[in-house]
Write a protein that binds this ligand. Structure first.
Ligand code: A3P
Length: 406
């Protein structure tokens, strides 16, 4: 090839690579909170299902939460969002961006002024955060704060157990609330990975805004000795949620879960007694010991006051999830957002499901590992177990000040 031509194609290639690189980098340079939506200048009226987050553009008011229900969007005031928008617009128009100062574009008053003039604008300085919040709040949005720094925070709330009592359902339902940010998988920090340190723990938690509560669920915390002391040391003001269900059903559920992992397991009735024919319940066996709620709770009460522990009825979570969630929201000091309208009963699954999942906006039932059918046990075995648990249950009722009628 002719040397100048070779040079040209080489330069062209380099230019193309750089162009692609910057284009892709820019495309992904969306901050977490800009990903969802922000209000438009001409947006008016109450939040409605028709609102399309994609249609809404950045004017310095970011709406969080990956939900399609606008009444669950979370409003934050973000000057950087406005700056980003200007930068993108600027690029779109092929205009020179060097005029772009670090000063924010004045955020627009999304709802117009008091006279209803939607074209009016006001500067970021004149638009006080408080008045901004109240404007959004009046429109039915949940305003969680004006601090835009989305960071990973240590949990405010722990779902500590009990295993197989409905902990996943509680977490899934709580997530619907815009003021809740929750980790997906169980982190097991306080029982298994404590040596990894708090910064590791923090890195496993979701981003949240000031005013939002970070929730983590690891049901093994409830039964692991030593965990309450660790939680007290690291999260002294944590609020604890404990889901409990009839310990006999819980034992069967626990056994069913282990059966799904180890196919060749012996029958429940072989394992539940010290000797098959003795009728003496093996209280050391995991599925049984996990239901000795009084014993485990005692350890927690040595470190946390009763007032920082809220008991959720696993039975009621199935029969009337809205009622249980109402109590949980009250305990956490949250606005009552999760109500009856969020649930429907799926007859095929035999459990309540969410009308809309917080991320997809589509109906959502828990997976097939939740709501399994249990192996049948004889009435005699059931009665022995019920009698075995009775004194422990009464002790537990006394501790929590509530009779759960098991
Ligand atoms: P089973 O699978 O034995 O029926 P956890 O999430 O703590 O592991 O608890 C699992 C249990 O949650 C399930 O036990 C099921 O009974 C109960 N559960 C409560 N609400 C549920 C829901 N909406 N969908 C499915 N399972 C639910």
């Amino acid at each position: 090839m002719h040397p100048p031509r070779r040079l040209c194609s080489l330069l062209g290639g380099v230019f193309l690579i750089f162009f692609c690189f910057f284009y892709v980098a820019d495309h992904f340079d969306y901050r977490y909170y800009v990903r969802t939506a922000v209000a438009t200048q001409d947006y008016e009226g109450q939040p409605s299902q028709e609102d399309d987050p994609v249609r809404l553009t950045a004017l310095g008011h970011a709406l969080l939460n990956d939900t399609t229900d606008p009444s669950h969007w979370t409003v934050v005031h973000d000057r950087r969002v406005a700056r980003d928008k200007k930068r993108r617009q600027c690029k779109k128009k092929y205009a020179k961006c060097n005029k772009l100062s670090t000063d924010p574009e004045p955020p627009l008053n999304v709802f117009g002024d008091a006279n209803g003039d939607n074209n009016s604008t006001s500067t970021g300085e004149s638009l006080e955060d408080a008045s901004l919040s109240s404007q959004f709040a009046q429109r039915g949005y949940t305003v969680v704060g004006t601090n835009v720094s989305a960071v990973r925070r240590l949990p405010d709330v722990l779902i500590i157990g009990a295993k197989k009592s409905g902990t996943r359902a509680l977490l899934a339902f709580l997530r619907v609330h815009p003021s809740i940010r929750a980790s997906g998988p169980e982190i097991h920090y306080f029982d298994r990975f404590y040596s990894r340190g708090l910064s590791w723990y923090r890195s496993q938690l979701p981003l949240s805004l000031e005013g939002q509560l970070t929730v983590e669920k690891t049901p093994a915390y409830f039964t692991t000795p030593g965990v309450p002391a660790r939680v007290k040391a690291d999260l002294p003001t944590a609020r604890l949620l404990l889901v409990v269900r009839n310990p006999v059903t819980r034992a069967l559920s626990d056994y069913t879960q282990s059966l799904s992992k180890h196919r060749s397991r012996r029958a429940f009735e072989e394992l539940v007694f010290v000797k098959s024919s003795s009728g003496l319940v093996n209280s050391e066996w995991g599925p049984i010991s996990g239901g000795l709620y009084a014993k485990h709770l005692k350890r927690w009460l040595a470190y946390f006051p009763r007032s920082s522990i809220h008991i959720v009825s696993g039975e009621n979570l199935i029969v009337d999830p809205a009622a249980e969630l109402c109590k949980v929201q009250e305990f956490l000091g949250l606005r009552r957002v999760i109500t009856d309208k969020h649930f429907f009963f799926n007859a095929t699954k035999g459990f309540p499901c969410l009308v809309k999942r917080e991320k997809t906006g589509r109906p959502h039932c828990l997976g097939s590992s939740k709501g399994r059918s249990h192996p049948p046990v004889s009435q005699t075995t059931y009665n022995i177990l019920r009698d075995f648990y009775r004194p422990f249950n009464f002790k537990f009722y006394k501790m929590i000040g509530q009779n759960l009628h098991w």
